[in-house]
Design a protein. Sequence first.
Length: 511
Amino acid sequence: MCEDDHEHDHEHDRTGIGRRAVFVTGAAAALTLATVSFASAAGGTGPRTRTVRGTLPPGSPDFVYVPVEVPRGVREIHVAYTYDRPTVPAGTQGNALDIGLFDERGTDLGGRGFRGWSGGARTEFFVRADAATPGYLPGPVRAGTWHIALGPYTVAPQGLAYEITITLTYGEQGETPRPVYPPERAGGRGRAWYRGDCHLHSEYSDGRYTLAEIAELARAAGLDFINSSEHNTHSAHAHWAGLAGDDLLILLGEEVTTRNGHVVALGTDPGTFVDWRYRARDNRFGRFARQIRRAGGLVVPAHPHATCIGCNWKFGFGEADAVEVWNGADTPDDEVALADWDGMLVASVRGGRRDWIPAMGSSDSHRSPDVIGRPQTVVLADDLTREAIQEGIRAGRSYVAESSKVSLSLTASGGRGEHAGIGERLRVADDTPVTVRLEVTGAPRCTVRLVTDQGVLFTGDPLPVSGAGVVQWRTTASYAAYVRAEVRHEAAAGPLPGALAAFTNPVFLGG
């Protein structure tokens, strides 16, 4: 916070609509306010503070930029902000205002000026050469026009009145630390099933877990790998190295949180930042999906049917390497996502296409009592490396389980010794008898369902209290183009199935 003895200069009142300017940055319209200026370091040695006030009306652009002219000799930039939260009628959204920072390199979409984003999780932040608030990047404070980025996520009918306090501290700059990143390999078991949680949040975005707590809880959950996925910032990447080990592979990524849905960049090169300032109508998502892949990552739409504002996926699935079907505790929107994904499988096989989108599950944990590793994606990979795990996910050689207690094995075999596992194809004639075998452990009193392109064709009796069981079912490729398994808890009441305990990607049948 600003010290009581800081020098306060005059305030800027930005309430007048006529004082704003609308321009286009990349693809999306943005609102830019008048520049805030500061005296040079020669004018004194104490901190300088400016206060900016204004009101954003309903229907404001997604991003509002406050230019700040930073003179030479500045050691640190500190920003604090508040905004009003008036009472609104039932069913009407109140005010929510996000915040971030771009340096003198500018605010161009996908440009190099990004210095941090905290969304609505913090009321203040600082940036200097040797340190920064989590969510922000340490680095030199160079002279030039910086921009505070405001994101009016929702605006009440009364408008959104805000106040921003900007403090520049003058002096010698510290030395920016050289980033050290976690290794891309851990001590694996060769070709084996590895468990991971690829959607997690810490204090580096809107979570409350520290990175050390996430690593500890991941190990306790029996995970072999995790993926760093903070909202719209890669600032955590350089802080994971000391928490990795032979028993835990830490991949680096981002949750790209647009106003038309969220996508997890899974396992990108260290230091990769993916911009989020666009909507589906801007026709920019393909550009950033390609950037994720060029950086060695996977494109994974997250919680595509979530009901939170801006969470519902609007970009289509043409760029997806996988889709997050199960997010956190099994809820109705996960069931919608599962059904939608199954519909995509049906469309793929009936269209004669060989391409399909594998499903994943992740916890999206933010804070206690969120459970890291519930659910988790279990991947058949050649080793515990970034490349091998990604290849297993991309190929669909995986299933999703609510915990490390649950294990599945799904295979299909023909009469001549042919066999295939999850994510693979059993190449047999359409009329060849096929035996589907599912082995389950760790799922007491759960029910097994076998789902095909024709729907649910088999429902077993509840598993014993030991949680272990084997199900066999016979079919042909002409009757079922694929088979996948669902393991569900007992239903509380009514005809609906119980909550998920696990589900698999499909085994495909036919030539």
